[in-house]
Design a protein around this ligand. Structure first.
Ligand code: WT7
Length: 650
């Protein structure tokens, strides 16, 4: 772990929520926030139980929390069906004919799905899955475009107690194969394809490639979307259109234990193998619901839009489970933000009257670059609240978001959280928290966040340290699927009984948390986590490559760009063709987002005398063009001199 946790950013601009917003908000003063926060961390079980009660339980819990660090059980003995809170309660009640999902496909096709329709769809999907022999606890891999069927499929899994594992549609066949193997999923839900920048992403073809020699796959259910020709294996592959003809649109939701597994979602860590982050039912839903209520201030009359993909945790918590548990109307969009041009989002906000908008800094930076004339063409006055997630937002992007999109009147909630935390952890509350551009501000209710030094002491104002959470919370991960020891080692080994997030941070004198970035070998590319080790192992899997080292470099739009250093095997020579081939090779192994932005061939890599690659030096070199630190442990000084020349340094 690097000790280099410094941040020199000084930001004195403070923006308070308007009186109007505060007046209607659920928490409308800092005094109230402070009081509630203190109560909620002094007695977390009391706070969370009060929130959990607002969900549908078929059987009430006996005990709110059973905590044997690092293992938590929440709402012990309670039983619920997650899809009942998200679907049935609204379909059977006053929201019956309210729009749950307003969908727009990239080509411009539109659909509105009411809560009653959502109920029928989820029931049909549940019956189809049962018909394919899916049982509670079975893992189902979902590889879908951003279409309503992705949400139907997830909710149907939840409804029958199956465990979904959604794989982002931009990931490759190899990534699917790895996740199938790790999760042991025998059923796959996919589509023929999805639309992205006017082109078809060949989802079914990728699935075919991933399971070519996999005999354990029992069924592949295919949704028709792009309608190009695909191959269907008899007996194994089925069109959903055919299967749904034979099933009823009614399904009784059976209750499952509060700790019943809900989903596995893979995310990058510091080794080459992605971690299958496991989430369970009652606690996760409580976290998703409670944060939607307080952080996004969701109301019945809101139109909410989160631009994430369901392939990421943001899509799980803030497209599927949280907003639907709240019974809100939301917009779902299939494609790219610049299709046909960078006005697409603003046009949709205007058309649907979006009031709450949640997106990522990388998108905001791309919009800034594209030009103000895109948002200026549209009436964005329906917006009342803006959110940001995925990486630290730079103050310039924050200010632009506030002024150009929020018209200077919408509070911005910069939300810090992780796949592992399940729900938002550090965030402003829109009706009360004074915000500063670039900080996620203060911990949410029930969240005991702190910054510790190496010996476990809390650091002083403006001192850097490791971001930790000192108390369990309901939506925390229950572990890494199939790897108990890695869970302990990755999150609970720095300090006893305390969760380490892997981020470096500091607090300013007002107590605001400023996230500096990852402390491990994890990159954040366009708000998505990628392990340097994953990219490296993809590179060395290529015939020509002997060794590889990957580091991140600041990038104007993506936040971080991927820079790879590669040594070749004796019988291979560097060439622009090989460079292109290696980049594509990584794209095929992981997905396009993992393609190195820069790739440098080098005769050798800087190593310590014990043979460890010194990524720290490479990082400094790509960032500054020079090396300032101590390199006495370096085995071969020549290596650095050569690389400096290569990168155009002194
Ligand atoms: C990592 C988690 C949580 C959904 C999206 C990413 C970084 C996330 C922020 C923020 C500063 C942030 C952290 C974190 N991160 N949100 N608002 N400010 N950094 O989920 O893929 O699990 O990545 O993203 O480094 O550890 P994820």
């Amino acid at each position: 772990m690097s000790n280099n946790i410094e941040s020199h950013q000084v930001e004195n601009r403070v923006f308070k929520p308007s009186k109007e917003f505060a007046k209607k908000a659920r928490v409308s003063s800092m005094a109230e926030y402070k009081k509630l926060w203190k109560e909620s961390v002094d007695k977390p079980t009391k706070f969370w139980a009060r929130e959990a009660k607002e969900l549908c339980w078929q059987k009430k819990w006996k005990e709110v929390l059973d905590w044997k660090a690092p293992h938590a059980k929440w709402f012990v003995g309670g039983e619920l069906n997650v899809s009942e809170s998200c679907v049935d309660q609204h379909a059977k009640g006053k929201r019956r004919n309210k729009a749950a999902i307003i969908f727009e496909g990239e080509p411009g096709d539109k659909r509105v799905i009411t809560y009653a329709q959502l109920h029928r769809e989820v029931c049909k999907w549940a019956n189809v899955l049962i018909g394919q022999g899916v049982h509670p606890h079975d893992r189902v891999l979902i590889y879908m475009p951003m279409i309503p069927e992705a949400a139907f499929a997830m909710l149907a899994c939840a409804r029958i107690g199956a465990v979904h594992s959604v794989v982002f549609g931009g990931f490759s066949a190899d990534s699917i194969a790895d996740r199938l193997e790790d999760s042991g999923a025998e059923h796959i839900i996919t589509a023929d394809g999805g639309w992205r920048r006017g082109k078809i992403i060949p989802l079914k073809d990728n699935v075919d490639a991933a399971i070519k020699s996999n005999a354990s796959i029992k069924s592949v259910i295919v949704v028709k979307r792009t309608e190009q020709k695909i191959s269907m294996k008899k007996g194994r592959d089925h069109w959903f259109l055919d299967l749904e003809k034979d099933v009823s649109a009614k399904h009784e939701a059976q209750a499952f234990d509060s700790e019943h597994p809900l989903f596995i979602l893979y995310t990058s860590g510091s080794t080459g193998k992605p971690k299958g982050i496991l989430h369970t039912s009652g606690g996760y839903l409580t976290g998703a619901y409670t944060t939607c209520k307080y952080v996004f201030d969701m109301r019945d009359e809101d139109v909410y839009w989160c631009t994430a993909d369901v392939g990421w945790i943001t899509g799980h918590t803030y497209i599927v489970y949280g907003p639907l548990a709240m019974g809100v109307t939301q917009v779902m969009y299939e494609g790219a933000p610049n299709q046909p041009d960078f006005g697409r989002f603003w046009q949709m906000i205007e058309e649907y009257g979006v009031s709450i908008f949640y997106t990522a800094p990388t998108a905001i930076r791309a919009f800034i670059k594209a030009g103000d004339h895109f948002p200026e063409k549209h009436d964005l006055s329906s917006l009342r609240l803006l959110g940001s997630v995925g990486e630290p937002i730079n103050p310039e992007a924050w200010m632009w978001y506030r002024d150009k999109i929020g018209g200077g009147r919408c509070p911005i909630v910069d939300t810090w959280w992780q796949t592992e935390t399940g729900a938002i952890m550090i965030t402003p509350l829109p009706g009360c928290t004074p915000t500063k551009p670039g900080t996620a501000t203060l911990p949410f209710f029930g969240i005991d966040a702190a910054i510790l030094d190496e010996s476990g002491n809390e650091v002083g104002p403006d001192e850097g340290g490791r971001l930790v959470i000192r108390q369990p919370w309901p939506s925390m991960t229950r572990g890494i699927y199939g790897d108990k020891s890695r869970y302990k080692k990755a999150y609970w080994s720095d300090y006893k009984g305390i969760y380490t997030a892997g981020d470096g941070a500091r607090r300013d004198e007002d107590g605001n948390f400023w996230i500096v970035g990852r402390l491990d070998d994890v990159l954040n590319v366009s708000g998505h986590r990628l392990g340097t080790a994953e990219v490296e192992s993809a590179l060395v899997a290529h015939d020509a490559v002997a060794e590889a080292a990957v580091v991140g470099k600041p990038h104007e739009i993506k936040g971080q760009a991927i820079v790879a250093f590669v040594t070749l095997k004796g019988d291979h020579e560097e060439s622009p063709e090989l460079l292109g081939e290696l980049r594509n090779h990584v794209g095929n192994a992981i997905g396009s987002i993992a393609k190195p932005d820069e790739l440098h061939f080098t005769p050798s890599l800087p190593k310590t005398r014990s043979g460890k690659i010194m990524r720290r030096l490479l990082k400094e070199l790509v960032e500054t063009g020079d090396i300032s630190g101590n390199i006495t442990t370096l085995e071969d000084f020549e290596v650095i001199a050569n690389l400096k020349k290569k990168l155009g340094g002194k």
